[in-house]
Write a new protein. Sequence first.
Length: 226
Amino acid sequence: MRFQTRIASTFFALSIAVSTQGQATAPTNLPPAQPQSAALPSGMVQPALSNVQSTTAALDISRWKAPGEVRAATQENVDSIQRDLGNTIPGLLTQADAAPGAVSPSFALYRNVDALYDVLLRVSQTADIAAPSDEAASVASALQKLEEARSRLGDAILGESQHQEAQIVALQTEVKRPPAAPTPQETETIVNDGPVKATTKSTKRKSATKNPAAKPPAGTPATPSN
């Protein structure tokens, strides 16, 4: 019951995350994607289901030492198991294998296997007190293998749901985080004062020739030349 409640809460959280994701940019710090397990749901439970099918089909309930109504009820349970294995579970296995990372198809398969386990448990309890020892042992063995397969499938679903919960928490944190303020960029202003005039040596020389030597004041005798 606690396992089913945990899965239901995960579905609710997923729906909230989907509604908020459309209003936010893509998060950048989500947990890395969980590596896909090599074991598909069918690989976890199919061997045990095949064993249950062959074991219950081989039972001769008419030989069991029990009242007629007990044998009739047990036969009805066996027929229900056979119908479930032949009609319902194959489709659930196909859907779960087609989406190994999705919780919903695997959980639907888990619920069916869980119900199958309960029916087989009633058959096993009756076999312990009424069936021949070999048939009782075979049913008990099939029940144990089904329990192990159910546990493996449940652990896989729980692990996937916990990973999706971590992604939801990271997504919600990213949505609530305020956007970072843009960093101001320094700008450089360039003033164009026009071309700069180059001053050459020839120009300097011309300037020097335009300034003749100062004349001596009047009355000053001229210096005789040698």
